[in-house]
Ligand binder design. Sequence first.
Ligand code: AVJ
Ligand code: FE
Length: 429
Amino acid sequence: MDLKERIATELIAARERSVGLTLEALDEPGLVTQVSPLMSPLVWDLAHIGNYEELWLLRAAAGQEAMRPEIDNLYDAFEHPRAERPKLPLLTPAESRAYIDTVRNKVLDSLEKVPLTGGPLTEGGFVYGMVIQHEHQHDETMLATHQLRKDGPALLDPSPAEPPAGDVALAGKEALVEAGPFVMGTSDDPWAYDNERGAHTVDLPAFFIDVTPVSNAAYLAFMENGGYDDPRWWHPDGWDWRIRSGKRAPAFWRREGGQWLRRRFGRTEPIPSAEPVQHVCWYEADAYARWAGKRLPTEAEWEKAASWDPAAGRKRRLPWGDDGEHANLGQRMMRPAPVGSYPEGASAYGVRQLLGDVWEWTSSDFRGYPGFRVFPYKEYSEVFFGTDYKVLRGGSWATHPMACRTTFRNWDYPIRRQIFAGFRCARDV
Ligand code: AVJ
Ligand code: FE
């Protein structure tokens, strides 16, 4: 398949999922209602996806005029925080559909004419990759919105793929990553974001990192050992959060008849003990790690464990190599796979499930790499640099493979729990 065919195929695949999560999943009131002030009404995400595509693929790449300049402001994430989006005069679901369809048809027409060389924006199809990844990122966000709905829908997919068996014997096991330099970030991945660039050498002391993410069973042991009541384990700001919020379990968990249950897309089920814990915030992950006598990995440690091939002295794009897929990604399973799954997906250090299943909190703040340069706009990453956000790595079961690689960086506030995030631990040697 040539590059333009691949771009068209990926654009179409992303749209199928966006429509499945919105117009095909809910009626009009469901699409325009806000389920949580943390999230947009889904109809906002849908038209925002189209507006971003218009901005970058029709105006910037193909040099076309704005189709509806009056709506740009409504769908600019920086003009209107999520909490105020339901009060905006948004396009209706039907108008949104008509708008995104028109944009898409023009994009597919203009793709024939736009050269994928000659400037950094279109070189190697970068801006198309950016827009495809953007749509997939919103698809994951929209799924998190569905998870927040009390009434479902119970199943967004009639027959999700069956999870693999896993290997709980690996829970809590550690891999040793020897001291020495590795290459962090990338300068040659054509669709990488500015925050992943450029490749630079980082020299790390030796460390241990868990072979699997922390399971629900392990997290429950922390809870039952009084983890939520003991300030010794908590970051001072984390203890403030713990007291102020009153939380004593991951989001969507509740206790009933002496048993912990969780709500998953409108259905309630017993806690699956071998599944990686998800919907914990950074403060909870940090507290668990201290209780376990460990700590969260830095993002450099995570990336070295995930990508470095010490025998070859080179970096891998994916933990298991440069292509193929040995991970639970792309909303196929609709849940994390049990810990110890995907032996073929292990990194060179034998670490499993680094991509997929759950986003993994790291101890690191979100900052630019040495020599960081904004590309192509500062609101993707640069405006978030500083000490407010913690980095998450690896993608979840809800992340599309196009938006997931060993260099990909995600970030969120340390109190956020609606994302599909868990963690693994590390420790000094
Ligand atoms: C990279 C997931 C933090 O959702 O805020 C979507 C991705 N940027 N639209 C976000 C994004 C612009 C971003 N995260
Ligand atoms: Fe966006």
